[in-house]
Design a protein around this ligand. Sequence first.
Ligand code: NAD
Length: 273
Amino acid sequence: MGADDRIRVAVAGAAGRMGQEVVRAVSTCPDMELVVAVDRAATGQNLQEVVGTGAPDLVISDKLGAALDGTPADVLVDFTQSASAGLNAESALKRQVSPLIGTTGLDAVTLRELSRLSKELMVPGMYVPNFAIGAVLMMKFAEIAAKWLPDAEIIELHHDQKEDAPSGTSIRTAEMIAAARTGRPAHKPRPIMKVEGARGGAMLDVHIHSVRLKGFIAHQEVIFGGAGEVLTIRHDSMDRKSFMEGVKLCIREMRSLEGFVIGMDQILFREDG
Ligand code: NAD
């Protein structure tokens, strides 16, 4: 923390869709200070030119390590791309800065390595595939339903510029469903495939279908089938603002964490929460 007790926040991907929203959200929080903005697509530009006059008067840099060496920070919020988020987080941890990774699509090897490094350096960090409070609740409700209704499929719908498929949220939901099932999902005969992939991709016996279209932001339906009944749990992020309460919550809670935490459910549903 800085001399005035505000949490010093760095943002990687500050000129992107999510990064700009984070800059706006952090800039309006009296307990936070935006100290570093990094984005390789807007290097050298003033953050106010990119995000608007509400943003601090900062020049966007392209080298995260050098920026953090020059300006101490407490938390690095990362909304870049899967290929760089792991390296950014490593670079932050080595400088005693806690990474808060919102970028999705990180693989298990990268997450394991970040967890090891976070423990070794005693700097907490987080990977949060979905910052929307409602989406975390949707996953929790799906986990509860899976105990009684083991047959589930997921439809996730996102804007057409999304880099990865299926979404990090759908993968995490499938993992939670699989872990919570007490019964085995019904055996379904393999259909004659008239179009390859029509049944989506199967993960842990949960079929996931990814829709990518203009107009969507981030949406997911988890559908459970039982004898003569269907339960549908649906969440819609209608605006990127839907992620910002979660981002601010994780920034504030970071200092209370130990090690590298995956998922905002670890904060929302923890025993002392
Ligand atoms: P975007 O393409 O609009 O923004 C990404 C920004 O990062 C760009 O401005 C790009 O120039 C910059 N960038 C990329 N690589 C960089 C690097 N190595 N160094 C510096 N800057 C770099 O993308 P977006 O829509 O903002 O999404 C970003 C990520 O956030 C995606 O992985 C997306 O899936 C994820 N996302 C997560 C949540 C969540 O709740 N966790 C919600 C929405 C999106």
